[in-house]
Design a protein around this ligand. Sequence first.
Ligand SMILES: *Cc1c(COP(=O)(O)O)cnc(C)c1O
Length: 459
Amino acid sequence: MNHDDLRHWSKRAADWAHDYHANLRDRPVRAPLVPGAIARQLPVSPPEVAEPMETIFADFDRIVPPGLTHWQHPRFFAYFPANASPASMLAEQLANAIAAQGMLWQTSPAVTEIEQVMVDWLRQSLGLPQDFTGTIHDSATTATLSAILTMREQALAWAGLTQGLHGQPRLRIYASDQTHSSVDKAVRIAGIGQENLVKIATDASLSMVPEALHAAIAADLAAGFVPAGVVLCAGGTSVGAFDRIGDCIAVAKAHDLPVHVDAAWAGSAMICPEFRSLWAGVEGADSIVFNPHKWLGAQFDCAVQFLRDPGPQVKTLGLRPTYLETAGREEVVNFNEWTVPLGRRFRALKLWFTLRAYGLEGLRVRIRNHVTWAQDLAVALSKLKGVEIVTQPALSLFTFALEDDAKTEALLTRINDEGRIYLTQTRHQGRFVIRVQVGQFDCTAQDVAMVETVVREGL
Ligand SMILES: *Cc1c(COP(=O)(O)O)cnc(C)c1O
């Protein structure tokens, strides 16, 4: 395989991709779940001699698609979307062909500079103030880890980086019980410890109670702990909960604590001004993460973290050994100093292509449609006998259940085995409920209406 062969096979791959997407509606959304069925079709040992690409490609076509859950299927209503707009796919092809590693400005100025401009385009798109800059991570999990490591080091006056955590005071991080498990993972990895992640009570609308946040911080101070920061939830993964962002930030600021807002899913919706009241006050945050790779269409992986002042995070994560110095260029940004990994892909290219190919108006139309269709679907499902809407639509996410957990679970299994749509579950206030999120890039009103048909037939 050389570059001339690659030209031929790239075209074959483009044709394959076109057919794959054109026929997605005919495939079951979720892969059949037979453990080992795919692995069994591969030889146990690697080949000693080169094989023809014709054979490799044929094996790919035969073995891989039957083992896929089709995330770009227009009737994918599970989890959250991982949208890949066609423009994003094209940009990824080009980024693949370039295969640059953008750890430093000088290792590809275009990678760094387009990333800076794209983060600023998105800042404007979401209505955030001018003093936010930011960077692109692989995932929201890594962005949240970066924010929590920074909280840890700010609280320890940067002693943790050099001395380790042994003998340091006990740090505390605050979040509601609706925040994503990536917050739990971050406090574990950061050496703060799960027991020092204080889960603050939520009210009837599943929002963190600001008075409870204040009380928890005060109690910890009285007990000799060191509060280090607050993580707020703007669109929880389970049922789409929003903390009262401005009120909670006011409490954090009264105690001089940094705030990180997790808007991994819902952040994309903030390109529509009418949804911004859901995170009112967010401009007071120190750090905000959202995933264009979920709802916006710049495919996985693409998690944007906005930072009011990158200084503390760069001081926490940045290291500059001699071999990473940028000769005589102190004015440039070396993004590896903002993130956990050293190496970085050219992720900004798919943002550039996506934002230009659809325009903010085109992307807003999609998101507004998804929200409207989800609301319509919740109404339609509520009319089915035995179906209860358990949580009302938060943007485009709602949950429903039947009279008991066993019946709900059995219905979900029947639906997903049948394959026309794909839904997943969560547990809400002890109850097993089925999540429905509308958000796939190419889905239509008819695709969404199919959910009512499948549920009705499955009852
Ligand atoms: C999906 C999600 C995450 C994790 O995102 P990754 O990019 O997969 O790490 C974190 N928080 C929320 C609210 C999410 O919806």
